[in-house]
Write a protein that binds this ligand. Structure first.
Ligand code: T46
Length: 147
């Protein structure tokens, strides 16, 4: 169990407060605008990751900010801000990774018991997705010229 170290832009680590009540369970707490940096308008989770070769994500968002947690098991999270890339292992429910805008992300290497939980700052908007990598690179670098 380890705290991910983030080096890409538009990301970071969120640490949850928790109460360790072993053997009666652990309680983790996420609060919007406290340890979660944004309001929470949508929650979704992903389980039943039976396919060892599953690859999820492979997109970036234009505006959306989310925090992703692995609340059971483990998986590999690939992050790419258009200049720098890194892969972190999420295996501790107490640490979430911020998926800010303009951050290409890919989820792979799921353990059998893996459950992902995502806290999103906005409702689902199909037009917020950049699902083509070349389009993502153009979008990121176009923006940076205007920074
Ligand atoms: C993300 C990563 C971490 C909806 O209709 N509403 C929703 O709120 C979501 C999340 C998905 N969908 C639909 C869109 C697709 O037709 O569900 C289908 C599967 O979604 P997708 O292939 O985007 O799933 P992932 O796991 O690749 O990506 C998801 C989120 O979509 C995405 O925003 O950042 O998890």
């Amino acid at each position: 169990m380890s705290k991910p170290k983030i080096t890409v832009k538009n990301s970071g680590v969120v640490t949850l407060n928790f109460f360790k009540d072993f053997p009666d369970g652990d309680l983790f707490i996420a609060e919007a605008r406290k340890n979660i940096p944004h309001d929470i308008k949508r929650i979704y989770f992903i389980n039943n990751l039976a396919n060892k070769k599953a690859v999820r994500g492979k997109h970036a968002h234009k505006k959306l900010t989310q925090v992703i947690f692995c609340i059971n098991g483990s998986f590999h999270l690939g992050l790419d801000d258009g200049s720098k890339k890194q892969t972190v292992v999420l295996d501790d429910p107490g640490y979430g990774v911020i998926l800010g805008p303009k951050l290409w992300h890919t989820m792979t290497g799921f353990s059998d018991d893996c459950v992902l939980l995502i806290l999103a700052g906005d409702y689902y908007r199909k037009d917020d997705y950049l699902r083509n990598y070349d389009e993502f690179m153009r979008y990121v670098h176009k923006d940076r010229r205007h920074d």
